[in-house]
Ligand binder design. Sequence first.
Ligand code: SF4
Ligand code: SF4
Length: 98
Amino acid sequence: MSKVNINESITWKEITPGGNICASGNSEEFKTGDWRVDKPVLIEEKCKHCLLCVPVCPDSSIPVKDGKRLEFDYDHCKGCGICAKVCPFDAIEMVKDK
Ligand code: SF4
Ligand code: SF4
């Protein structure tokens, strides 16, 4: 089975069975950040773009472009706070999500 696009007309027979990972990139189709309790906030003036926060994110929710980190991908960030713990410059603050 390969990755399929989920839309209003798709039937249950066509979607990925629950819990099965059939191909890389499956989770991109789902917004898994909806149940987050806390969320990371970037304090841009403190960020040195050292990128230490990027590889530790278990959800690949810190995009990088041209050697600089971008805003969090809140559609997929689970709010675990690991990025805030590893940032040596206190450039990430964890706050209650609304
Ligand atoms: S670890 Fe901190 S300073 Fe380094 S890129 Fe991430 S937010 Fe910026
Ligand atoms: S809080 Fe966790 S999931 Fe969200 S960006 Fe930081 S490390 Fe990734």
